[in-house]
Design a binder for this molecule. Structure first.
Ligand code: SF4
Length: 267
C-alpha cells in the first residue's frame, strides 16, 4: 500500500526502559473514563479508541491525504504498490502515465510495454498483465474507464463491487475508496497497521490481513467520517513504520506500551 511520507526521521530512542514508560502513564480507565467491562467486544472498542487517541496525539491528526487521484488511477496505483516501496511504485505510476495517455491505451498495449513502464516495482511481470486485466474488467462492466459512480453506492456496496474484480481484496477496495478523491469512509489495513493491531491485542495472532479489515472497522464508531478513519489507518501504519518495527520494536518509546500485551516481548 502506498505509504505517507510524513515528517522527518524517526524520533530517537527514549532512554527509559519499557517498565518506566508504563509506570509513568495513568492507567487506562483513569485516562479515558472507560469503565472495566465484562463484554470483550466493548473492551476492545474502548481500547481501539484509546489507541486512536494516543497515536493521533503522537502523529498529529488530522493527517493530510497523500493522493488526490481519480479512483481508477488509485486502483492502478494500489496494484503497483503491493510489496513495493512508495518511491518505486510512485515512479512506476508516473512512467505509466507518461508512456500511455489513457487507461484504454494501457489495456491495448503489448504487455511487455506495460511491464517495461512499471519496471522497478516488485513482480512487474505479474503486475503488468494484472493491471491490463482489471482495467479491461472495469471497462466491460461500466462501459467506461471511470469509477466515480462508486460514491453513490455507499462503502459496503462499493467495496463489494470492487472485490468482484479478479484479485481485488479488502485492502485494495478500501484503499481505492479512502485514498482516491472519492474520500469515502473505508478503513484499509496494510502490513504495518496489521502488525501493530496484532501486538496490541486488537486482533488475534492468527487473524490475517484480509479478515482483519472487518474486525478492526467494527471496533471503531460506525459514524466516523472518511478523514477520521483515514487517520486511524495512517497512525497505526506510521506507528508500525517508526516505532513498532517488525524486528526490534522500540517499546521504550511507544505511546501505547502501557496497554500493549506485547510490550518488551515482540519482535
Ligand atoms: S509496546 Fe512495543 S509491541 Fe506494543 S505497540 Fe508499542 S512498540 Fe509495538
Amino acid at each position: 500500500m502506498a505509504q505517507l511520507p510524513l515528517g522527518g526521521p524517526a524520533a530517537p530512542l527514549a532512554p527509559s526502559p519499557v517498565p518506566d514508560r508504563r509506570r509513568a502513564r495513568p492507567r487506562e480507565p483513569a485516562r479515558t473514563g472507560a469503565k472495566p467491562s465484562a463484554d470483550p467486544d466493548a473492551a476492545l472498542r474502548a481500547k481501539a479508541l484509546l489507541v486512536h487517541k494516543r497515536l493521533c496525539a503522537e502523529y498529529h491528526c488530522p493527517i493530510g491525504y497523500f493522493h488526490d487521484l481519480d479512483p481508477v488511477s488509485e486502483l492502478v496505483s494500489s496494484l503497483l504498490s503491493h510489496r513495493t516501496r512508495n518511491a518505486d511504485s510512485g515512479a512506476a505510476f508516473k512512467r505509466l502515465r507518461e508512456r500511455f495517455s489513457t487507461w484504454e491505451e494501457v489495456i491495448e498495449a503489448p504487455t511487455a510495454e506495460v511491464e517495461e513502464a512499471i519496471r522497478g516495482v516488485r513482480w512487474p511481470e505479474l503486475k503488468a498483465p494484472r493491471i491490463q486485466e482489471i482495467l479491461a474488467q472495469v471497462l466491460a462492466r461500466v462501459g467506461d474507464l471511470e469509477l466515480d459512480f462508486l460514491a453513490e453506492m455507499g462503502v459496503d456496496r462499493a467495496r463489494a463491487w470492487l472485490e468482484e474484480l479478479s484479485g481485488i481484496g479488502p485492502k485494495t477496495s478500501a484503499a481505492v475508496l479512502s485514498f482516491s478523491r472519492l474520500r469515502m469512509p473505508a478503513l484499509p489495513v496494510d502490513s504495518h497497521h496489521h502488525r501493530v493491531a496484532q501486538r496490541l491485542g486488537l486482533i488475534g495472532a492468527k487473524v490475517a490481513v484480509g479478515p482483519s479489515h472487518a474486525i478492526l472497522r467494527a471496533q471503531l464508531p460506525a459514524d466516523w467520517d472518511a478523514q477520521t478513519l483515514y487517520d486511524n489507518h495512517e497512525i497505526l501504519m506510521l506507528h508500525g513504520q517508526r516505532v513498532c518495527h517488525h524486528r526490534a520494536p522500540r517499546c521504550g518509546a511507544c505511546a501505547v506500551a502501557d496497554i500493549c500485551p506485547s510490550a518488551g516481548s515482540a519482535g
